[in-house]
Design a protein around this ligand. Structure first.
Ligand SMILES: *Cc1c(COP(=O)(O)O)cnc(C)c1O
Length: 236
């Protein structure tokens, strides 16, 4: 078995044991394989194992990779999720090439994505990135500004607001990991209580996926545990 195949099995096993511990249905967590910095061949290997959803952070790298994957595996429907920072001059290709965007933090960006989404593709699935306390990247809308942004984005016609995303500070203590995810979960519950029809909590990476699932994650974004350690990234 290849390394990627073995890693995917191990990640699936971790997901299933966390789902069980949380008393949640086995199918309630989707694995997003984060393939940034890895070549199309790595994506194809994961596809051969049955993986269909991939996350990318850098637009040009993602577009090149999508093209290669579509050429080499033309009959397989692959779902691409954009999970990197969004520059406003890059919204058009994002809207035209991805099924999901996890990193919306401003109304202006959401409006552009909605205007530029090709209608025949159907609505673009959106998560709002929230800067829960101590977030390492400092990206994301603040919890205080989240409700207004969420209600505005929910009105945009070519978007479908699905839920929230966060990248908490890396933390090895499971109780602290859970506390950060619980904050995102509380914000999510409160938006649902205000009538927004959300179904997605995008949280949990290689180092903290079990804690995220215990706190209600529905999408875990896993890179290095599947594809191996990344080289240092030069910004693209
Ligand atoms: C790189 C990245 C991941 C995956 O991180 P790993 O620790 O390698 O699992 C998940 N989410 C986002 C937003 C990322 O940028």
């Amino acid at each position: 078995m290849s390394t990627i195949a073995a890693n995917l099995q191990a990640v699936e096993a971790t997901i299933q044991s966390a789902v069980k511990a949380a008393g949640r249905p086995a199918s309630s967590v989707q694995l997003l394989a984060v393939s940034k910095t890895f070549p199309p061949e790595a994506v194809l290997e994961a596809i051969a194992c049955g993986q269909r959803a991939f996350g990318e952070n850098y637009l040009q790298e993602a577009l090149d990779k999508m093209r290669s994957v579509a050429r080499l595996a033309p009959d397989i429907p692959v779902e691409w999720h954009f999970i990197g920072p969004i520059q406003s001059n890059k919204t058009r290709p994002i809207a035209a090439n991805f099924q999901w965007v996890h990193t919306v933090e401003r109304l202006k960006i959401a409006q552009r994505l909605s205007e530029q989404r090709p209608p025949e593709m159907g609505p673009l699935n959106i998560c709002l990135q929230v800067n829960i306390s101590g977030e390492a990247t400092k990206s994301g809308v603040t919890p205080a500004e989240l409700p207004e942004l969420a209600h505005q984005v929910a009105q945009l016609s070519n978007l479908r607001l699905r839920g929230l995303m966060a990248i908490p500070e890396p933390e090895t203590d499971v109780a602290k990991q859970r506390a950060a995810f619980a904050q995102l979960r509380a914000l999510y519950d409160s938006l649902c209580g205000e009538g927004l029809a959300l179904d997605t909590l995008s949280m949990g990476m290689s180092g903290d996926l079990a804690a995220a699932i215990l706190e209600g994650a529905t999408i875990v974004r896993i890179g290095s545990a599947i594809f191996g350690a990344r080289q240092a990234v030069v910004s693209k």
